[in-house]
Design a protein. Structure first.
Length: 308
């Protein structure tokens, strides 16, 4: 994807109502100049974590996924939904958290991310990216705005890590998590090999204090969009009142001088950050190590097998 756009859309959204969300998707796409060609193969990539723990808050809300799916179907796109959860399968998590029910009756195919295709990143590291991601024309990133116990907060850039398939994700944590900024660098490198599209971030009810699961609800009442995930992350950190430098992923984007890494270069066709800014969002007090030690990696692998 190209990281050129500096426009970020911030739209107030008070509740998970399908029509309201769909209206906000329309508003954001129009404001950002985002267009869809009829017949485009669109892959919606929500944040799916686990089928067994706090999925009602930790995952992208089902109505956000359904509203986005309906909007793309209205524009004659061919729509699929998938992810590579930390535990279990995408289909299992979508069943558990209500996405399958929300999509009932819509001509949308739900898929597990499998069939990894090796892709070499700019750093030389090879990762396995899901075939569904590589085959789509537009990748629609649907992150949940939430605290993260290892990376401070997870927003647009971090959510793309779900394009990496299955066991490779915790292995990359274990292999590169404690090597300088290698893990954050891998997350940012990943953007360069993924298809372009749009990010629509679910912040109607965010999660703070801890994450990516087990946190507490925070009423942010926001749906945010951007063509450049770096720019969107910068804007959301400002909205949440969080220090930019506290986010390892943002620091890596800024270190590379990526477009969108500075608040001053952004433009806001809808609300400005100060108009939707909030107080009281609590990030994790202390970050846990990014790396997974061997015993934790083995335990996680067993959990994934049991979830399947």
């Amino acid at each position: 994807m190209e990281l050129k756009a500096c426009e970020v859309g911030l739209a107030a959204c008070s509740r998970y109502d399908r029509q309201l969300l769909k209206d906000r998707v329309e508003t954001l796409c129009n404001a950002l100049g985002f267009r869809v060609s009829p017949g485009s193969r669109v892959l919606l990539k929500p944040n799916l974590v686990s089928a067994v723990r706090n999925t009602g808050l930790a995952c992208t809300h089902p109505e956000v996924v359904a509203a986005a799916a309906e909007w793309f179907l209205d524009h004659s796109a061919v729509v699929r939904v998938g992810d590579s959860p930390a535990f279990g399968t995408a289909l299992g998590v979508m069943e558990a958290c209500g996405i399958r029910a929300a999509l009932k009756g819509l001509p949308v195919r739900m898929v597990n991310f499998d069939g990894a295709q090796p892709v070499r990143l700019a750093s030389g590291l090879s990762v396995g990216v899901a075939r569904a991601v590589r085959e789509c024309d537009l990748l629609v990133n649907l992150p949940k705005i939430k605290a993260h116990g290892q990376l401070y907060i997870t927003l647009a850039v971090k959510n793309y890590f779900g394009a990496v398939v299955g066991f490779r994700k915790p292995w990359l944590h274990a292999r590169y998590g404690d090597v300088d900024n290698r893990f954050e660098g891998m997350l940012v490198d990943l953007l360069g090999v993924l298809p372009g599209g749009i990010t629509l971030a679910d912040g109607v009810m965010a999660m703070h204090v801890d994450g990516p699961v087990g946190g507490k609800p925070f009423s942010l009442h926001l749906l945010a969009g951007g063509l450049n995930p770096v720019a969107l992350d910068t804007a959301l950190l400002e909205v949440l009142g969080l220090p930019f430098q506290a986010s390892p992923v943002w620091r890596e984007c800024r270190r590379r001088n990526l477009v969108g890494g500075s608040l001053e270069e952004l433009s806001f066709p809808l609300a400005r950050p100060e108009e939707v800014a909030v107080q009281g969002f609590q990030p994790p007090v202390r970050l846990r190590p990014v790396s997974f030690h061997p015993w934790r990696l083995l335990r996680g692998g067993l959990k994934r097998l049991m979830a399947r």
